[in-house]
Design a protein around this ligand. Structure first.
Ligand code: PHE
Length: 463
């Protein structure tokens, strides 16, 4: 297929493996190790995880495959894609909404990524070395104090946020392929090993049984309509879907990539990593008498504790936060790529200018989120502070609306043959039955489920 702009030849990933790792690099990030555990903690454990998994299977994967279809078929950014596919210009709204969503996510994501960078620095400085010698209760108090001081400082969180944004800008400026492929391929497995190590150690702590019970408890009394909406939002957030990120990635996919299988692999690995993070965190919560529902500090309040129980824990703690910083950075890179590709490809802006503009917007507005519980954090809109507001609107409203539009577009406005052809790599993959099933779910299950969850959460529909 030819490009709209003949002067820009679009690069592609070098291999199927590179596609998988890059996509996983976008999916795996703070959503897995920070947001998933803290939402599971707030929403009462296993039952929430089950609702989350249903959302991944019936909404997340069909939307991911649809984004892959649009991205690779059009091989351009999420706005021009609809011109390329000869769709009505109404559908460009998916691209515009995606740009807005990615900006909203980056506003708070950069702030949390900044905390992770700061924790890497603190671990290297040895701020957590004395935990090992503290009695259990005091160790718990020590880490919560450290977190409060870290996030409520005036200049420091802002500075770290700025560093995050600068690094991401440089990676984007240096080019998608070089920047993302190299980093993710080599370092992701190391982070995985460290998370597994944490989980193993955590599972041998006294509170392991309680932690596991919590993770697998099926108490459905906590599952309210708004909890279902947040499980749905988490599925969108974790899989990086509903905002054009996966569409943008897919525009660089190789022609022979098996996209439905890629989506399944990514969803499974992403869920696996989140569960491992849960197994590493909740036993610590119960061993050290912390609160499972303590919120966004959960990761930062537990991980230093589990490493205090491992030989060479300090070095490993620094390595953990360093690698988590990388995961956060690669995930954020994929968000940043959305506005940049639109600005350069649709508005013909120079890459440098587009990067500066995007970075500038996040820096200026993002400052509002670095003080979640102090200074500007006191300002609330709809009883949410800026941090929670950007988080809520992006994950629970914008992404599901984007997902709904994507599902309707691919399910109802793309010719069946065209869809099946692209997803089966022009018939080279023998998966006709699965593709039919996928299209059925996409048409009749995904959109209906999305609408029901929405109406239910705003109280217009009582289940
Ligand atoms: N999926 C990423 C994570 O889990 C976050 C993300 C959201 C990345 C949206 C890109 C787009 O951290």
């Amino acid at each position: 297929m030819s490009n709209l702009n003949p002067n820009t030849k679009r690069e592609t990933f070098s291999s199927g493996l590179a596609v998988f790792f890059a996509t996983l690099g976008s999916a795996v990030g703070l959503g897995n190790i920070w947001k998933f555990p803290y939402l599971v903690g707030i929403n009462g454990g296993g039952a929430f995880i089950l609702v989350y998994l249903i959302c991944v299977a019936l909404v997340g994967m069909p939307v991911a495959i649809s984004e892959f279809y649009i991205g690779r078929r059009a091989r351009t950014n999420p706005i021009q894609a609809f011109e390329k596919l000869k769709a009505s210009s109404f559908w460009k709204i998916i691209g515009y909404l995606g740009v807005l969503t990615s900006l909203f996510v980056m506003l708070f994501y950069s702030s949390v990524a900044g905390w992770v960078y700061l924790y890497t620095f603190k671990a290297i400085k040895g701020d957590f070395t004395n935990i090992a010698s503290l009695p259990i209760k005091e160790a718990g108090i020590f880490v919560s104090n450290e977190f409060n001081i870290a996030v409520n400082g005036t200049l420091s969180p802002m500075l770290w946020q700025l560093i995050v944004i600068a690094i991401v800008s440089i990676i984007i400026f240096a080019g998608v392929k070089k920047g993302i492929e190299k980093v993710t391929k080599t370092l992701m497995p190391v982070l995985l090993v460290l998370i597994i190590l944490c989980a193993i150690r955590a599972l041998t702590l006294e509170g392991a049984k309680e932690g596991i019970n919590f993770l697998f408890s099926m108490d459905f009394s906590a599952i309210t309509p708004s909890v279902i909406l947040s499980a749905l939002g988490l599925a969108f957030f974790k899989l990086s879907i509903g905002m054009g990120t996966m569409m943008t990635y897919a525009s660089y996919f190789t022609d022979d990539n098996n996209m439905p299988v890629t989506s399944a692999r990514v969803a499974l690995s992403d869920t696996g990593i989140s569960m491992l993070a849960g197994l590493a965190i909740f036993p610590v919560v119960f061993t050290f008498g912390l609160e499972p529902g303590s919120g966004r500090g959960l990761l930062f309040n537990t991980i230093p504790l589990v490493f205090s129980k491992i030989p060479f824990g300090n070095v490993l703690l620094a390595a953990f936060f360093f690698l988590a910083s990388i995961a956060a950075t690669t995930a954020m890179t994929s968000m940043f790529a959305v506005p940049v590709s639109v600005l350069t490809e649709s508005l013909n802006m120079k890459k440098g200018k587009a990067v500066l503009l995007t970075g500038g917007v996040i820096i200026f507005i993002g400052i509002l989120t670095v003080h979640p519980s102090s200074l500007l954090g006191n300002i609330t809109i709809l009883s949410l502070n800026f941090f929670d507001l950007f988080d809520y609107i992006s994950s629970n409203i914008f992404m599901p609306i984007g997902g709904l539009l994507i599902a309707i577009f691919v399910g109802y406005f793309v010719a069946k043959d065209d869809l099946i052809n692209e997803l089966s790599n022009q018939g080279k993959l023998n998966m006709a039955i699965y593709l039919k099933l996928f299209r059925l779910i996409l048409r009749y299950v995904t959109p209906i489920l999305l609408i029901i969850i929405f109406l239910n959460s705003v109280g217009l529909l009582k289940l």
